[in-house]
Write a protein that binds this ligand. Structure first.
Ligand SMILES: N[C@@H](CCC(=O)N[C@@H](CS)C(=O)NCC(=O)O)C(=O)O
Length: 314
């Protein structure tokens, strides 16, 4: 996959990687975690920051959802990397939808090197970049999402409080459960290298989906009547479930469409203004089934499941 050492791109992963010795899979922690906040070194200002994303990435997707739902497209411009990673990592075309609209970079690692000439670590999306200070601000999607919901809110065209203070503890606890039990657990299932590691991860995935199905029995959104941040963190995993994780990551006990409440909830979310424009099922399928020596050596992409998200949201 590649990474950077002292600001230079290295095509090989080197020792360490993401796989632990027990056959389980561990996510590498994000290393750049500055905060946009009024009165700080990174103040919220329309047009000052640039967002780098890729359509396939579920972590970037949560940030794109906040940007679309809150109406931050003008205040926070974005560039979308080409869907398939290469031996140069995430790359951009010279023109068209997958170009770097801010710096004209040919690969995302050039932007990382520009913002931190000594950067060492993975080159991931989403990336929040300060174009005034010419610095990397954050490579952590959970932090960027929270900043959009708070510090960037005065710049929003459709402001709404997605992290109400009175519910903050419950929101943080639910976010943590959804992250460990679903957002990250599907990757632990898909990247497991032993049967035991896979069995544990896939049980966690379906226990969490069962918990969420029960939770939605009497509520419209995860926290009740109002949409909140945990809904934005759940949706990217649901959107990829049947088209990718079900087969590619062997999360095969049930499909999303087999959960009546969750499926209705997912379609309701998909119908919110701005959301459908962030969803690209074909890109998910081709991305998760791209050729991989371990997971899909022949690179054959399965046919799309016959599922319509366009039903009127109940
Ligand atoms: N902790 C990061 C993880 C982001 C992440 O893993 N992004 C993937 C795409 S889905 C990526 O860019 N991977 C490139 C790599 O690891 O080399 C976040 O949540 O923002």
């Amino acid at each position: 996959m590649g990474r950077m050492i002292d600001g230079a791109w290295q095509a090989d992963d080197g020792p360490g990687g993401d796989v632990a010795t027990d056959g389980g899979w561990r996510r590498t922690p994000s290393v750049v975690r500055h905060q946009v906040a009024a009165g700080g070194p990174f103040p919220p200002e329309a047009g000052r920051y640039h967002l780098y994303v890729a359509w396939n990435c579920p972590w970037a997707h949560r940030v794109l959802l906040a940007r679309a739902i809150l109406g931050l497209e003008q205040a926070l411009p974005a560039s979308v990397a080409a869907p398939l990673r290469t031996d140069r990592g995430w790359v951009f075309d010279a023109s068209g939808p997958y170009r770097d609209r801010r710096f004209g970079a040919t690969a995302l690692h050039e932007v990382y090197a520009r913002g931190d000439p000594a950067y060492t670590g993975r080159v991931t999306v989403p990336l929040l970049y300060d174009t005034v200070a010419d610095r990397l601000v954050s490579t952590e999607s959970a932090d960027i999402l929270r900043m959009l919901c708070t510090a960037f809110l005065p710049l929003a065209e459709h402001p709404q409080d997605l992290v109400p203070a009175a519910a903050l503890d419950e929101i943080d606890a639910l976010n943590a459960r959804i992250h460990a039990g679903l957002n990250n657990a599907v990757y632990r299932a898909g990247f497991a290298e032993t049967q035991a590691a896979y069995d544990e991860a896939v049980d966690t995935v379906f226990d969490t989906l069962d918990m969420l199905e029960a939770r939605l029995a009497d509520r419209r959104w995860l926290m009740g009547a109002a949409l909140t941040e945990p809904d934005l963190r759940l949706f990217p995993t649901l959107a990829r479930f049947d088209v990718a994780y079900h087969l590619a990551f062997r999360c095969s006990r049930r499909r999303l469409v087999d959960y009546p409440k969750l499926w209705r909830y997912a379609r309701r979310f998909h119908a919110l203004p701005g959301v459908a424009g962030t969803v690209h099922f074909d890109i998910y399928r081709k991305g998760y089934f791209s050729a991989s020596a371990k997971r899909n050596p022949l690179g054959i992409v399965p046919v799309a499941p016959d599922i319509s998200w366009d039903l009127a949201a109940p």
